[in-house]
Design a protein around this ligand. Structure first.
Ligand code: ADP
Ligand code: MG
Length: 678
């Protein structure tokens, strides 16, 4: 494979050491020069005119052409905000919304949060003065609840439409409807790839405005054999490029924070050993949970003579454009949520990307000069194993949240909702059933009072239900904290490679035998008791707590809105666990043979994640927060529960017979516990 080819001195492969003649000239452009150099710039006036002439416009242009950062500015300059109403622009990803808003504020010379701002879940960085507002698609979806006609906007841009996230797909139907009775609202649907025709047809044959791309050729290299360990293969490839190839930055696509951290550590370790024998290589990670000042670093120009390597999740595929990338390394995987409507199980897993994704990734290498893309899979695999396109989220994830939101918007007939691609019927039915079991819908499928209160929270319906149930169990203080911690969970415990033992010991000190939710509660409360000390976080290998605290504050505000008092019941963990069970009673499993668990309703095999406080405890009944599929279906964040609680919190969902303990039945009669569930 090409990695070996690179390692062989004197190899005839194209990748043998090239003279450093093509070194990319790094000119420092001023902001104004950069703006003028973007592919969209020559079309500025045409674009403004097209928006003036048409109510709905589909915009297609390659990633990096300037759609996201420039179009709102052009329209602002053309007077679309003159009456004080806003231009809105949605992004599928939180990081993109923040980063792009920061860039546009900088380009316009204003303070972020004033004229230009952003809103993402649990964070609103806008003000009365904001006229250009970036937000996640989920945030706009939620804004419909308080402003169903989007009256405060003159222009709405549904950006990165090709990503086809669940929220974006639902927004298509919502904004199409609004455009009919708000002729003054301009609607732009902007997309990087070739879906424009489909979008145009959906929006009653809206005209398509194409921004011609500027793409340099990208040479594609494949491995000769599949890679057993693609993280390791990435590290080798990065180093090979670094020592044999002319300067120019490298972009590597990995699937998530953990993988990025592993890769970063391996790479830094090997660089240290190479010492001053090689040029400077600046390693920069970017993923959703990375603090924003760290994220911003990927945009800093690379110093002369050095090279930058960005280790990114899918976010760098189309949402963020990093200039000066010449080399792309693509292992061919991404993390995706998958929902099985037969078992009702939703699980996060690493899956092969589509051809469309692979091509987008390769394209990132050809923006400023001819580039190279190294695919860590075989040409055969690309041709025969990758799907053409990624399946839209609406067809593969749990719709509980979306259905609750639509119901809260008064949209009752979901079967006839105007979907670009309809969700599978079973998934829709299951979402309705689950919301019914949670008490959010009545048997006519109408929103209940409880459902209306649940819709106030920008969280999963199960979580919303747990928050509301905390009123009855008098532990709202604790549930609010747990919810906040779970919403940043993957990023709480920090595990540097050289201090893994210390980090794991520190983590164990927080363990609560009731389960991981309670361990997280311990972390938060101990941090609070140190008066939110940064030093304490550092000593305990804890991170992201500031965000947890922000989220918590937001949740407290929402609890006040639904008139739930914040009361504490820390010593009664049964109540805390019951409140959680009131929301998550679908996510219950019972112990079976060999330390495995079976889900209560569908008998699917699941296993406690090794990070859990309960990994060695193996309680009879447990509840899990989420499933992550790697080698097995792992339950992450579990608590111990009692099966009889299920009859208390979800009598309409569980029947006593289903909860009988098979292990009890086999016990000798003398123990006399056969009527446990009576
Ligand atoms: P598109 O939406 O068409 O993919 P963008 O408007 O996001 O394109 O990006 C256009 C250009 O803006 C990029 O090539 C890059 O030069 C610049 N840019 C975008 N975001 C940032 C940022 N946070 N920092 C510096 N430059 C940025
Ligand atoms: Mg964009």
């Amino acid at each position: 494979d090409f990695i070996q080819a690179l390692q062989m001195p004197g190899s005839k492969d194209k990748l043998k050491k090239e003279p450093e003649l093509t070194e990319v000239e790094m000119k420092k452009l001023t902001i104004e020069e950069t703006k003028r150099s973007l592919p969209i710039f020559p079309f500025r006036d045409d674009l403004i005119q097209a928006v003036q002439e048409h109510q709905v416009l589909i915009i297609e242009g390659e990633t990096g052409s300037g759609k996201t950062t420039q179009i709102p500015q052009y329209l602002h300059e053309a007077g679309f905000t003159a009456d004080g109403k806003k231009i809105g622009c949605t992004q599928p990803r939180r990081v993109a919304a923040m980063s792009v808003a920061a860039r546009v504020a900088q380009e316009m010379g204003v303070k972020l949060g004033n004229e230009v701002g952003y809103a993402i879940r649990f964070e609103d960085c806008t003000s009365e003065r904001t006229i250009i507002k970036y937000m996640t698609d989920g945030t706009l979806h939620r804004e419909f609840l308080s402003e169903p006609d989007l009256q405060s906007y003159n222009v709405m841009i549904i950006d990165e439409a090709h990503e086809r996230t669940l929220h974006t797909d639902i927004l298509f139907g919502l904004v199409k409807d609004i455009a009919r009775f708000r002729p003054d609202l301009k609607l732009l649907i902007s997309s990087a790839t070739l879906d424009a025709q489909k979008f145009s047809e959906f929006f009653d044959d809206a005209p398509i405005f194409r921004i011609p791309g500027r793409r340099f050729p990208v040479d594609i290299y494949y491995t000769k054999a599949p890679e057993a360990d693609y993280v390791d293969a990435c590290v080798i490839s990065i180093l090979q490029i670094h020592v044999t190839q002319p300067l120019g930055d490298i972009l590597v696509f990995l699937t998530g924070q953990e993988e990025i951290e592993t890769c970063q550590e391996l790479l830094q370790d090997r660089l240290r050993r190479l010492g001053s024998k090689v040029k400077e290589l600046i390693v920069l990670p970017v993923y959703a949970n990375l603090p924003s000042d760290m994220q911003a670093k990927i945009f800093d120009p690379t110093p002369p003579g050095a090279r930058k390597v960005v280790l990114a999740t899918n976010i760098a595929e189309t949402s963020l454009t990093i200039d000066n990338i010449i080399y792309v390394i693509d292992p061919g995987f991404a993390k995706q949520n998958h929902f099985n409507s037969r078992t009702g199980m939703e699980s996060l897993m690493v899956v092969p990307i589509s051809k469309a994704s692979a091509n987008q990734r390769a394209g990132r290498a050809g923006r400023v000069a001819a580039g190279k893309c190294f695919r860590l899979y075989t040409a055969w695999s690309y041709k025969h194993e990758l799907e053409d396109n990624t399946v839209p989220e609406i067809q593969r994830i749990n719709l509980g949240n979306a259905v609750l939101m639509l119901k809260a918007l008064g949209i009752n007939d979901l079967v006839h909702f105007d979907f670009l691609d309809p969700p599978p019927h079973e998934t829709l039915v299951l979402a309705l059933e689950q919301l019914y079991a949670l008490g959010a819908l009545n048997h006519h499928g109408e929103l209940t009072k409880l459902g209306r209160r649940m819709a106030e929270f920008p969280v999963d319906p199960m979580m919303a239900k747990a928050l509301l149930a905390s009123e009855k169990y008098k532990c709202s203080e604790e549930i609010v904290t747990i919810t906040a911690m779970l919403s940043v969970n993957s990023a709480i415990f920090y595990r540097p490679k050289d201090k893994i033992i210390h980090a794991d010991t520190a983590r164990k000190n927080f363990n609560h035998l009731g389960g991981d939710h309670l361990s997280l509660l311990n972390v938060y409360n101990q941090w609070r008791d140190t008066d939110y000390s940064t030093q304490w976080c550092y000593e305990n290998f804890i991170q992201s707590m500031k965000r947890a605290r922000d989220v918590r504050e937001q949740l407290v505000g929402l609890m006040q809105r639904v008139e739930i008092e914040i009361v504490s019941n820390i010593n009664e963990t049964v109540n805390i666990r019951k409140a959680i069970t009131a929301g998550y009673f679908y996510h219950v499993a019972r112990l079976s043979k060999g330390g495995n668990y079976k889900t209560a309703k569908h008998n699917q095999t699941v296993t406690i994640h090794p990070n859990s406080a309960l990994f060695e405890e193996l309680p009879r009944w447990i509840l899990y927060h989420e499933l992550v599929f790697t080698t097995k279906e792992f339950m992450r964040q579990v608590i111990e529960i009692e099966s009889k609680w299920l009859l208390e919190v979800a009598p309409h969902y569980y029947k006593p017979k289903e909860l009988e303990d098979s292990t009890n039945k086999k016990m000798p009669k003398t123990i006399g516990r056969t009527t446990m569930t009576d």
